[in-house]
Design a protein around this ligand. Structure first.
Ligand code: NAD
Length: 478
């Protein structure tokens, strides 16, 4: 996708089914992750632009809510079809603005949202939207106008994970996509229009959180908020929403652990841990960034992890051979390098990598894949979300100790467990405080509920559980 800086498409907002000029005057540059050069410029939506978009959604809501569920499901399937036709354009755009290697952009960044749309449509047609209880007919109605706010790391998936179930439920949406990687949202808006989704059911704006985001969060006509991003921003949004008694779904950060029990195939577990932790350069909310292994086998884990990381040579995200791209932004680069320096200061053992840029990759936002070992579970690098390709190897002294380490952060998004005994693995999985647990390498699914506990947020996305976030039950007493 060529995205000339002056491309007018990206300077607009998508409101009421059209790309329109905005009142906002602020321009935000969008930078290419591998070079730092300007890819495009977007216009920050002002509070009055937000008001216009919310009113467009409110206007479209009654007719859309009245569309029978199977027709709404059919509309989602048509939309998916149009998105699939432009899959390569989405993938290239994401590789350029986020830095994801093109292979992973195709399979994950674009493949997962296509899966989410299909599963949402299927879930909607199989859901019971009314039932008799006692003397009542209980109907499940759309909650109304949804304000959706999304991050940059999986810019299509995070959007589709909110918009698809909200539309399935019969809601109308105003999306404020990330200002760091906003281009995908424009292509998405084009596909929504081309697929015949009614005007106003999806409106798309870009802008910084404090300006456009907070205007949306506090707009009087917004009925429900769905947010994915950092715990810091989620806390602020929950505070604002709380004062308005406005329901909010929060999908926040994580510091997930991969627990290897003493009977497990350590080599396989360590390889999986590295690929998982370094996927999308570690900028994945579910990244398993702590590898918790039997203390006696820590050297073996280091060797396998280092050999696996050595295969991940940072490269151009648009090169088919690349498996590790740059980070998404300068802010990210400074943050990740800062944590690597901190790990050294805290006394963790550096197995590979470091804070200097990888050889020959001084331009763009590249960082070396980095592994620390003999990490104390209380160290900052083992407690805080780094959001870069940094893995911490931690020794444990048995199942209970491993669980104490794994559950010993404020987060609870994801986890993994490895054991030769599936029942033992399942028993540990049940004791892990996380919304999703990978058992012996079980694959991620966009069909089952996804979300966190504790400071990783509340509410669920995907399939039936995702749609339920946007429905309110009403009891009709007969
Ligand atoms: P971020 O919190 O900085 O921004 C996320 C979005 O919120 C952006 O659109 C931003 O403009 C907006 N925002 C920021 N402050 C706001 C405010 N006060 N009011 C309204 N909107 C506001 O996060 P990020 O850096 O874009 O994304 C990385 C974070 O997202 C990581 O912590 C990661 O773990 C998390 N994440 C979580 C999930 C999940 O499903 N749990 C998925 C992906 C990313």
């Amino acid at each position: 996708m060529a995205a000339p800086v002056g491309d007018q498409r990206f300077r607009r907002g998508y409101i009421g089914g059209e790309f329109v000029e905005l009142e906002g005057q602020e321009r935000i540059p969008v930078l290419e992750a591998s070079t730092g050069e300007v890819l495009a410029e977007v216009t920050e939506a002002s509070p009055s632009d937000v008001d216009r978009a919310v009113r467009a959604a409110q206007g479209a809501l009654p007719d859309w809510a009245a569309v029978p569920a199977d027709e709404r499901a059919a509309a989602l399937r048509s939309w998916r079809q149009v998105m699939e036709e432009r899959a390569e354009e989405f993938a290239t755009s994401i590789s350029r603005e986020v830095g994801t290697p093109i292979r992973h952009s195709r399979s994950i960044q674009v493949g997962n949202p296509l899966g989410i749309l299909a599963h949402t449509a299927d879930a909607l047609t199989s859901m019971t939207l009314s039932e008799h209880l006692g003397n009542c007919l209980v109907v499940r109605e759309p909650v109304g106008v949804v304000g959706a706010i999304t991050p940059w790391n999986y810019p299509l998936q995070q959007v589709v994970a909110k918009v698809a179930p909200a539309l399935a439920a019969g809601c109308a949406v105003v999306l404020k996509a990330s200002e760091v990687a906003p281009l995908t949202a424009f292509i998405l808006a084009e596909t929504a229009g081309a697929s015949g989704l009614p005007a106003g059911v999806l409106n798309v704006l870009i802008g910084r959180g404090e300006v456009t985001g907070e205007a949306l969060v506090t707009h009087p006509l917004v009925d429900k908020l769905s947010f994915t991003g950092s715990t810091r921003a989620g806390r602020r949004i929950a505070e604002l929403a709380g004062s308005l008694v406005r329901p909010v779904t929060l999908e926040l950060g994580g510091k997930s652990a991969s627990v290897v029990l003493d009977d497990a195939d350590l080599a396989t577990a360590a390889k999986f841990a590295v690929y998982n932790a370094f996927l999308n350069s570690g900028q994945t909310c579910t990244a398993l960034t702590r590898l918790v292994v039997p203390r006696a086998r820590i050297r073996e884990a280091e060797e396998v992890a280092a050999a696996t990381a050595a295969k991940l040579v940072p490269g151009d995200p648009l090169d088919e051979a690349t498996r590790l791209g740059p980070l998404a932004s300068q802010v990210q680069l400074e943050r990740v390098r800062g944590y690597i320096r901190l790990g050294l200061e805290e006394g963790a053992r550096l197995v590979c990598g470091g804070a200097e840029p990888p050889a020959g990759r001084e331009r763009g936002y590249f960082v070396q894949p980095t592994i620390f070992s003999e990490v104390d579970p209380g160290m900052t690098i083992a407690q805080e979300e780094i959001f870069g390709p940094v893995l911490c190897i931690i020794g444990h002294d048995g199942d209970d100790h491993a669980l104490e380490i794994a559950n010993g952060t404020p987060y609870g998004l994801a986890a993994a467990v490895w054991s030769a005994d599936q029942q033992r693995a399942l028993a540990v999985a049940r004791r892990l405080r996380a919304g999703t647990v990978e058992v012996n390498g079980g694959a991620f699914s966009t069909e089952a509920p996804f979300g966190g506990v504790r400071q990783s947020g509340y509410g669920r996305e995907f399939g039936r559980y995702g749609i339920e976030e946007f429905l309110a039950p009403k009891s009709l007493q007969l």
